[in-house]
Design a protein around this ligand. Structure first.
Ligand code: PMP
Length: 359
């Protein structure tokens, strides 16, 4: 029996995706081999990679002047790869600090440039997104970096900041493909695949053409976006199986009706849980309502001594990975695209029952 998996990532994948991968495991489309066994330069895999990229372009309506790269190293590696690729001609970059993942990006960028914190939500324990009007941006910055969904804190941008001529760079790891976005408002979008796109091991980078000429000479070739773009992300051996699974996920998203349709479901799922959290005093959500994430929903039990019993009861009912991040404690329900509404309903029903029993 499959559980309801609330893991922040690697995370739940749609059952249809796993079944298709299982059915194609030994013999992909009559090729006589598994995708894992294919040469990345063979016609079979090239067809898979091309379709995967085309489907992602179509889902996100990525304009023609953007490159899509399938790389490795995860978002943590991109924290270094971003500055290395954008700092030629400027040694300063602006960062907005909305929580744990922003902090990691900032810490890494400091190795490469003069980092200026344009705005920070630290004053309120990272429970909100600072309004654009409060940001202090520098005209000579090479870029402005934001994390559009803080996976640990559960804070999400529900708007896109205007940074004028300075390119906006976004770590979208934990909410990419959960909602419609306007790619043209960003210079660079990146994210690890292991939440809404597929398995761990694949990093997706979407970068505007005119930003490809700004890499520092020290940038490793495998991490130089321009070189990877010129070689269709095959300068080195790409994470072939992860790309294939991501392709199946993209087909699954299309079958759900695309991003607008998924976004409606994601809004309904998040509303179900937040509405419940707001009408009980047994649990509480720490995040300001306007900035609450639809993907990662942290919550606390008023009486923390009940945490272990709560998690145990959830496990007995087939709900796993609800423990909050060690840095914030409490609980966190990650409800990515592949978490069905029924999973969130089961959680809310259990939370209500648990509160009645212990309240
Ligand atoms: N940024 C965000 C927003 C994340 O959620 C994560 C992973 N949880 C990372 C960066 C780091 O990703 P990775 O471990 O794939 O490098």
């Amino acid at each position: 029996m499959r559980v309801f998996n609330f893991s922040p990532g690697p995370a739940v994948l749609a059952e249809e995706v796993l079944q298709k991968a299982a059915a194609e495991m030994l013999d992909w489309h009559g090729s006589g081999m598994s995708v894992m066994e294919m040469s990345h330069r063979g016609k079979e895999f090239i067809a898979i990679a091309d379709k995967t990229e085309a489907d992602l372009r179509s889902l996100l309506a990525i304009p023609a002047n953007y490159k899509v790269l399938f790389l490795q190293g995860g978002a943590i590696a991109e924290n270094a790869i971003v500055p290395m690729n954008l700092l030629r001609g400027s040694s300063v970059a602006d960062y907005v600090n909305t929580g744990e993942w922003s902090k990691k990006s900032i810490k890494e960028a400091k190795k490469y440039c003069n980092v200026h914190i344009a705005a920070s939500a630290e004053d309120q324990n990272f429970t909100y997104v600072p309004a654009r009007a409060t940001w202090q941006l520098r005209q000579d910055a090479a870029y402005v970096h934001i994390c559009t969904n803080e996976t640990i804190g559960g804070v999400e941008y529900h708007w896109t900041p205007d940074t004028g001529d300075v390119p906006l760079v976004a770590d979208m790891s934990s909410h990419i493909l959960s909602r419609v976005i306007d790619v043209a408002k960003y210079g660079v979008i990146y994210g690890g695949a292991q939440k809404n796109m597929g398995p761990a091991g694949l990093t997706v980078v979407i970068v505007r053409d005119d930003l490809l000429d700004r890499a520092l000479p020290i940038t490793p070739s495998a991490f130089t976006w321009k070189e990877q773009a010129e070689q269709n992300s095959m300068l080195n051996t790409p994470p072939t199986y992860a790309i294939y699974i991501a392709g199946l996920v993209f087909e699954w998203i299309q079958a759900q009706g695309g991003l607008a349709a998924l976004e409606r479901v994601n809004i309904a799922k998040a509303k179900l849980l937040y509405d419940f959290l707001d009408q009980t005093s047994f649990y509480r959500s720490p995040v300001r309502s306007a900035d609450r994430s639809r993907m990662n929903i942290p919550f606390k039990l008023q009486d923390e001594s009940l945490d272990a019993a709560f998690l145990q009861g959830a496990g007995e009912r087939g709900m796993v990975q609800l423990k909050g991040h060690r840095s914030v404690g409490g609980m966190r329900a990650s409800i990515y695209n592949a978490m069905p509404l029924a999973g969130v309903q089961t959680l809310v029903d259990y939370m209500r029952e648990f509160a009645e029993r212990h309240g």
